[in-house]
Design a protein. Structure first.
Length: 190
């Protein structure tokens, strides 16, 4: 597989299905941000965290490739033809969303109740989680904007929404595991 093709040298790129669009197209921005999220999750996975979380993050990274494939697909090329999909695109399922919810619930069982927002930080591993969470929120916002223009399976939006929640709870779990202080955000009165 050749790394450089020179086909994007004039500022366009091909969607899955062959349609060429400008590299600044919202569809490219959406799956590019998901790719950025995946890289940040890889950084979290490379931290000194528990093996279950590492394994879960690897499964999430796999699903983010699925999300990226969905977002990178020209919706006109993916439409059904004679009852069959024209392109073999993987899917995000309700079970994928449920997996994240189950993981969130398991982690929350061992965490103190949240009474305030917490300031990101306290330990590099916690901070990496917060960076991944904020990139996930951006991916969700851009994908939601794309969805208004060219609809795709809403489970993608649900997955990204739940993933940002998962990353927040994971940051709290890691903070507890490394005995980092969670600094509560208490608004200052003027």
């Amino acid at each position: 597989m050749k790394i450089y093709t020179k086909t994007g040298d004039k500022g366009t790129t091909a969607l899955f299905g062959g349609t060429r669009v400008p590299k600044h197209h919202i569809r490219i921005d959406s799956y590019g941000t998901v790719d950025e999220l995946n890289a940040n999750i890889g950084l979290v996975r490379d931290q000194n965290i528990d093996e279950h979380s590492k394994s879960t993050l690897e499964k999430i990274q796999d699903k983010l490739f699925t999300v990226g494939a969905i977002l990178a697909t020209d919706p006109e090329k993916a439409k059904l033809k004679n009852g069959k999909e024209r392109l073999n695109i993987p899917k995000i399922s309700k079970e994928d969303v449920q997996f994240l919810e189950t993981e969130i619930d398991k982690m929350n069982e061992d965490l103190p109740e949240m009474t305030h927002f917490v300031l990101p930080g306290g330990h590099p591993s916690v901070s990496h989680c917060h960076v991944a969470r904020t990139v996930c929120r951006r991916a969700e916002r851009i994908s939601a904007a794309l969805h208004e223009i060219e609809a795709f399976d809403e489970l993608v939006l649900q997955y990204l929404n739940r993933l940002s929640d998962y990353l927040f709870v994971l940051s709290r779990k890691i903070a507890k595991d490394v005995n980092a202080e969670e600094v509560k955000w208490i608004p200052q009165k003027n």
